[in-house]
Design a protein around this ligand. Structure first.
Ligand code: ACO
Length: 431
C-alpha cells in the first residue's frame, strides 16, 4: 500500500515522476507540496486565478467556503461580531490571542497615541484635484508614510514591525477622514483621544468646527461591526498583494499601499461602491427583473454586483450577520431608503432564480455593507476606503506573519509562454 502522505505524479511521456508530500493544516483540505515538481519532472503547474493553489501557510484566518465558516485565530466570526470590538479583533489578528484587560488597555493606548498625521503629510493633500477618488488619495497617503517612517525602520526587528502595525491601524482612520474632508472642501479634524476608535473616526469624518456632532450610538456600533467583518479574509487578492510586495523586503507602508490599490477593483473591495451604483441604476423594484435577465445573458458583460464569491459557494457568513444589522440601522436611524427596496427585491429574485442557485451565487458582504454605509451618511466613493481601514488589521497581521516565518522567499510565479517562437530581427525595410 502506498504511503497516504505522498501523491505520486507520473509523466508517462518522459517517464519522469515526482513523489509529492501532502501537507495538512489544522483544518481544511491537505495540500500537495509541489516544491520539487519542476526539478523532478521539468513541469510547472498551471492554475490561473489560483483556484487550487495555497500560496502560504498561515495561522491567522480560516475559511470553509462550502460550509460558510469564517474563523479569526480559531474564533467564529459570529461570536466576534456579537461579543468583541474591532480594536480587540485587530489585537487578536496581530497577536494570535484575545487580549487580557491590561493588554488591551496598553494596545488601545498605543493606537490612540499614534492617530495623528505628521503635519507635513497634510500638505500632500493639496496636490490632489478636489474630485480625486478617495482611494487614490488613500493609497498615495499610505505609501507616503514610508517617507516619514522608513529610515528608522528595520523590517527584521519585531519591535519595529509592531510599531508599524500600531501606526498603520492608528493613522488609517485619520488619513481616510482627511481624504473625505479634502474632497468636500472641509478643514481636516484632529483625532480626539477621549473617544474610542470608531467614534473618533466618525467625528473626524463629520464634525464641523462650528457645532458639536450629535450621533446615534447605533452608527458607531454598526461601523464597528462592519470593521470586524472586514478585518481579514485570508489570502484574498489584496492580502496576497501585500504578501507579494512584502516578500521583496519592501517596507510595510509600501506593502499596505499596494494592498489598497488591489482592494480598489470592483471584483474585490470596490464591489460595495459598485453595488450602490448598480442599485441606483436599477432605480425601482420594477426594473429588478430586467436587471436579473441581463445578468444571466452570456452576451452581456453585466453582472449583479454584490453577488457571488470566489470562496463562499453556499453563503457568506458575514452577509448573514450584516443583513440583520442593515435592517436594524435603517429602523433605528429612521431611514426609509427606496434603494433598500430595490436591494431586497434583487436579493429575493436572485435567490430563487435557477441561474444564481445553480452557480451558488449568493449575496456577499458588500451587498449589505453599501446600504449601511449610505444610511450612515458615508458617500459612495468612501465605501472601499471603509473596507481598507478595517482590512489594514488583517494586511499588517499577514505582513508580520510573513516576516516571522523562517525560510520565506520572494514570491515569483511562473507562466505558460504563448508568444512568438524565437525569430530573427528584421531591418525596417524588410518587415
Ligand atoms: N452576476 C451574474 N453572474 C455571475 C456573477 C454575478 N455577480 N458572478 C459570477 N457569475 C457567473 C459567471 O458568469 C460564471 O457563469 P458560467 O459558469 O456560466 O460561465 C459563474 O457565475 C462563475 O463565475 P466566476 O467568475 O467563474 O466566479 P469567480 O469565483 O471567478 O468570481 C466574483 C467571483 C469575482 C466575486 C464574481 O462572482 C463577481 O464578479 N461578483 C460580482 C462582484 C462582487 O460582488 N465582488 C465582491 C466579492 S466579495 C469581496 O471582495 C469582499
Amino acid at each position: 500500500m502506498s504511503d497516504p502522505k505522498i501523491v505520486k505524479l507520473v509523466d508517462e511521456s518522459s517517464n519522469r515522476s515526482s513523489e509529492l508530500p501532502l501537507i495538512s493544516g489544522t483544518l481544511g483540505p491537505a495540500c500537495i507540496d509541489i516544491g520539487t515538481l519542476y526539478k523532478d519532472t521539468g513541469h510547472f503547474t498551471y492554475d490561473p486565478g489560483y483556484g487550487s493553489t495555497a500560496s502560504t501557510k498561515s495561522a491567522i484566518t480560516y475559511i470553509d467556503g462550502d460550509q460558510g465558516v469564517l474563523l479569526y485565530r480559531g474564533y467564529p466570526i459570529e461570536q466576534l461580531a456579537e461579543k468583541s470590538s474591532f480594536l480587540e479583533v485587530a489585537y487578536l489578528l496581530l497577536n494570535g490571542e484575545l487580549p487580557k484587560p491590561a493588554e488591551f488597555a496598553t494596545f488601545e493606548h498605543d493606537i490612540t497615541h499614534h492617530t495623528m498625521m505628521h503635519e507635513a503629510q497634510k500638505n500632500f493633500f493639496q496636490g490632489f484635484h478636489h474630485d480625486a477618488h478617495p482611494m487614490a488619495m488613500l493609497a498615495a497617503a499610505v505609501a507616503s508614510l514610508s517617507a516619514f517612517y522608513h529610515d528608522d525602520l528595520d523590517v527584521e526587528n519585531p519591535a519595529d514591525r509592531k510599531m508599524a502595525a500600531i501606526r498603520l491601524i492608528a493613522k488609517m482612520p485619520t488619513i481616510a477622514a482627511a481624504c473625505y474632508r479634502y474632497s468636500i472642501g472641509w478643514p481636516m479634524r484632529y483625532p480626539r483621544n477621549n473617544l474610542e476608535y470608531v467614534t473618533r473616526f466618525l467625528h473626524m469624518m463629520f464634525e464641523v468646527p462650528s457645532e458639536p456632532l450629535q450621533m446615534n450610538p447605533v452608527a458607531a456600533k454598526a461601523l464597528d461591526l462592519l470593521f470586524i467583518l472586514h478585518a481579514d479574509h485570508e489570502q484574498n487578492a489584496s492580502t496576497s498583494t501585500v504578501r507579494l510586495v512584502g516578500s521583496t523586503g519592501a517596507n510595510p507602508y509600501a506593502s499596505i499601499a499596494a494592498g489598497i490599490t488591489a482592494l480598489w477593483g470592483p471584483a474585490h473591495g470596490g464591489a460595495n461602491e459598485a453595488v450602490l451604483k448598480q442599485l441606483k441604476e436599477i432605480g425601482t423594484p420594477d426594473n429588478v427583473e430586467s436587471a436579473v435577465l441581463r445578468a444571466k445573458d452570456k452576451n452581456d458583460s453585466f453582472r449583479l454586483m454584490g453577488f457571488g464569491h470566489r470562496v463562499y459557494k453556499n453563503f457568506d457568513p458575514r452577509a448573514k450577520i450584516i443583513r440583520e444589522m442593515c435592517h436594524k440601522v435603517l429602523a433605528e436611524l429612521g431611514v426609509n431608503d427606496p434603494l433598500l427596496e430595490v436591494a431586497m427585491k434583487l436579493e429575493e429574485a436572485a435567490l430563487k432564480d435557477d441561474y444564481f442557485v445553480e452557480r451558488k451565487l449568493y449575496p456577499n458582504v458588500d451587498f449589505y455593507s453599501g446600504i449601511i454605509y449610505k444610511a450612515l451618511g458615508i458617500p459612495t466613493e468612501m465605501f472601499t476606503v471603509m473596507f481598507a481601514i478595517a482590512r489594514t488589521a488583517g494586511w499588517i497581521a499577514h505582513w508580520i506573519e510573513q516576516h516571522e516565518t523562517p525560510g520565506s522567499r520572494i514570491g515569483r510565479p511562473r507562466q505558460i509562454y504563448t508568444g512568438a517562437d524565437v525569430r530573427n530581427y528584421m531591418p525596417g525595410d524588410k518587415r
